[in-house]
Design a protein around this ligand. Structure first.
Ligand SMILES: *Cc1c(COP(=O)(O)O)cnc(C)c1O
Length: 393
């Protein structure tokens, strides 16, 4: 079945006694009781399916997890309280019986770098960074560093680089190193990393999948080999998503392919508009035939769909000019986060990449004149009109 159909049907409409609820109810119970102690014993032992304690599993989360497993084509999923909690449990699962070393893409979500360096680092996890768009460099780094896992994002933030995920997965499989992919920017509409050979896929459900800026959540979808340990670790570590958030995420996901298709189309129109604007120096969008990763993009992404993130540099602008531009926006929301139904703009220098030195930012291509736009589902001409009036400085 196509993802548009899966998004609406997977996980839902489980028989509950005589009736079938058309949407999965919110199960708030913290624990579950059985008539017979023998059944409770079997549930605790995982010998029969059932629920014991909500930190382990609950029916609302279970439905969401089934949906995510279907969308990402994995063996099973874990719904987590945030994208960061999901990343932490995925990395911990991968490293459990391997060397405590992570080989990470040098361009990563800021909090992910923080997690590696400042949360996992003090516990003895070493991280080295590699240019994930260079498979030879990744291969060499795996040979010298002997990492316990490789971590990358499908599409990097904010200058939108796309590593050859299929080649990286092949290199990881040859070296027997698990590959964890943060697929938040691409979503399973564009790329399904497990189908390309990755071992675990992580999402911030907060972004495109939920899509309305009203819920925080994360998920890990794992292959057969990593699923039991992922669930085992989670039972004790407790990164569990709450049932209300699971419900909201599931409600959001039903329209995610529809929203994402519209957002991709809008982003292409906005990128086109920006390229023709006199006040815009440079536009980063994945439809660009001159993009450094154009061959990888053509191979990995569906024809005509390039995601909904657009980054651009204002001509002759420093921080005061960027502030003046962003202050003038009326429709586009000035806020952190992305993937919502409304368009949102963020200034990487001040927000996502604030903790980096100017030199580090320069090396990552993040100039003072660069802004990042998450394109929403509004009418494209209204988004362009708002940008146009704000660009008159
Ligand atoms: C937002 C985000 C995260 C973190 O997710 P939260 O839900 O905010 O914890 C991780 N990776 C990427 C790519 C993100 O955009």
């Amino acid at each position: 079945m196509k993802i548009q159909t899966q998004a609406v049907h997977a996980g839902d409409r489980k028989k509950a006694g005589a009736h079938v609820p058309v949407t999965t109810p919110i199960y708030t119970a913290a624990s579950y009781s059985y008539e017979q102690m023998e059944t409770t014993d079997q549930v605790f032992a995982n010998e029969v399916p059932g629920y014991a304690y909500a930190r382990y599993d609950n029916p609302t989360n279970h439905a969401l997890e089934e949906l995510l497993t279907t969308l990402e084509n994995g063996a099973g999923s874990l719904a987590c309280a945030t994208g960061m909690a999901a990343l932490q449990i995925a990395i911990a699962t991968a490293l459990l019986d391997r060397s405590k070393k992570v080989l990470a893409a040098s361009a990563l979500y800021g909090a992910t770098i923080n997690l590696l360096m400042n949360v996992m680092g003090p516990f003895g996890v070493e991280t080295s960074f590699v240019d994930i768009t260079n498979p030879e460099a990744v291969k060499a780094a795996i040979e010298t560093e002997k990492p316990g896992c490789v971590l990358m994002e499908t599409v990097s933030n904010p200058v939108l680089r796309v590593g050859p995920l299929d080649e990286i997965a092949r290199i990881c499989r040859e070296a027997d190193v698990p590959l964890i992919v943060d697929n938040t920017f691409a979503t399973p509409l564009l790329v399904r990393p497990l189908e390309l050979g990755a071992h675990m896929v992580v999402h911030s459900l907060t972004k495109y999948l939920s899509g309305h800026g009203d819920v925080m959540g994360g998920s890990v979808t794992a292959d057969e080999a990593h699923l039991p340990m992922l669930r085992q670790m989670s039972r004790t570590a407790g990164p569990t998503l709450g049932p209300f958030e699971a419900y909201l995420s599931m409600r959001g996901i039903k329209t995610f392919p529809l929203r994402m298709e519209r957002q991709c189309a809008n982003a292409a129109a906005v990128a086109q508009f920006l390229r023709g604007h006199a006040r815009v120096e440079r536009v980063y969008y994945l439809d660009d035939p001159a993009h450094v990763d154009a061959a990888t993009i053509a191979r990995l992404l569906p024809a005509g769909q390039f995601g909904a993130m657009v980054a651009f540099e204002l001509k002759d602008a420093g921080t005061p000019e960027v502030f003046a531009f962003m202050n003038r926006l009326r429709l586009v929301v000035k806020a952190t986060s992305l993937g919502d139904v409304h368009s949102m703009m963020l200034y990487p220098k001040m927000a996502s990449h604030r903790d980096l030195s100017p030199r580090q930012r320069e090396r990552m291509g993040i100039r003072d004149s660069l802004v990042r736009l998450s394109v929403g589902i509004e009418a494209a001409e209204d988004i362009c009109a708002d940008l146009d009036q704000a660009l008159l400085f």
